[in-house]
Design a protein around this ligand. Structure first.
Ligand SMILES: Nc1ncnc2c1ncn2[C@@H]1O[C@H](COP(=O)(O)OP(=O)(O)OP(=O)(O)O)[C@@H](O)[C@H]1O
Length: 265
């Protein structure tokens, strides 16, 4: 049962703003160990902004994020950086350095954050690339590989420091359905193999249904979360029009009159 699992991160009454503009408020949820947690909602509702506040790129304007009992944003920069060592992040583009080979990209966090000798780093780079099926591409540059391979290389870099919490922002954006399904399998393998906990922002419903077992739905109009639970449960049971429209890919949210009419058919 999800509720029996240990809580790794607790988000409470978070408010995220840019200047006077409130993007989201009253955001509260628990990230359970071993879960794949989906941040859902329409375009512009603040999914990436929430992710950025969780990984230390944007200070919330209210509320708090507890990581293993520590109030993340109350720590000094050095301690926040130490907490960040537990995190692996995969941005939408894979965000590889174009002037470095795939192997050098994966080696970078190991060179920056560990005292490991070059041989040990090389060994780990090969291991991580092997985990994502990319060892053969170690000497290739990002411009020489496909979008799916870039994502996998980005994933290898995200897991270089053996993080226990992974953050993925639209990992399957721009991938064809088969490559996207392979990435889903890989994400599940990493969760099971590394025992990682994963937060994922995605619009890709097939992917969300396959991998996510918990989540939150952010509303762009009220600037608050309006539903929580697994994408599958929200798809099957949630009757809120905003959620239904997202889950069933409707172009428009039915008006209340239309909904009432539908209920009488
Ligand atoms: N640096 C910034 N300064 C001001 N406003 C910003 C900034 N970054 C994002 N926003 C605004 O915050 C809102 C939420 O953006 P965000 O990228 O988090 O949404 P999202 O749900 O991830 O969207 P999408 O699904 O389209 O990627 C948007 O209105 C966006 O214009």
């Amino acid at each position: 049962m999800m509720s029996d699992r240990e809580t790794l991160i607790s988000v409470r009454d978070l408010q995220l703003s840019f200047g006077p503009k409130i993007i989201q408020q009253n955001v509260s949820f628990d990230l359970k160990k071993g879960s794949i947690f989906a941040v859902m909602g329409g375009s512009g509702c603040g999914k990436s902004t929430l992710l950025r506040s969780m990984i230390g790129l944007l200070r919330p304007t209210a509320g708090h994020i507890m990581v293993g009992g520590e109030n993340y944003w109350e720590q000094d920069d050095a301690h926040r950086t130490a907490i960040n060592r537990r995190y692996g992040v995969l941005f939408q583009s894979g965000a590889l350095w174009s002037s470095m080979t795939v192997g050098e990209n994966v080696a970078l966090p190991l060179e920056m954050f560990t005292d490991l000798k070059p041989d040990a780093i090389d060994h780990l780079v090969r291991l991580k690339l092997g985990l994502v099926g990319m060892e053969h591409a170690i000497d290739l540059f990002p411009y020489e590989i496909s979008g799916g391979m870039k994502k996998r290389a980005g994933l290898a870099r995200a897991i270089a420091l053996e993080p226990d919490i992974l953050f993925f922002d639209e990992p399957s954006a721009g991938l064809d359905p088969i490559t996207s399904a392979r990435l889903d399998d890989l994400i599940l393998t990493l969760r099971d193999g590394l025992g990682a906990t994963i937060v994922i922002v995605s619009h890709e419903l097939p992917s969300l249904f396959t991998i996510a077992d918990d989540g939150i739905f952010l509303d762009a109009v009220t600037h608050r979360p309006i539903a929580s639970g697994s994408p599958r449960a929200l798809h099957d049971s949630c009757t809120l029009p905003e959620v239904t429209a997202f889950m069933h890919r409707s172009a428009s949210i039915p008006s209340q009159t239309e909904q009432k009419a539908e209920q009488h058919v």
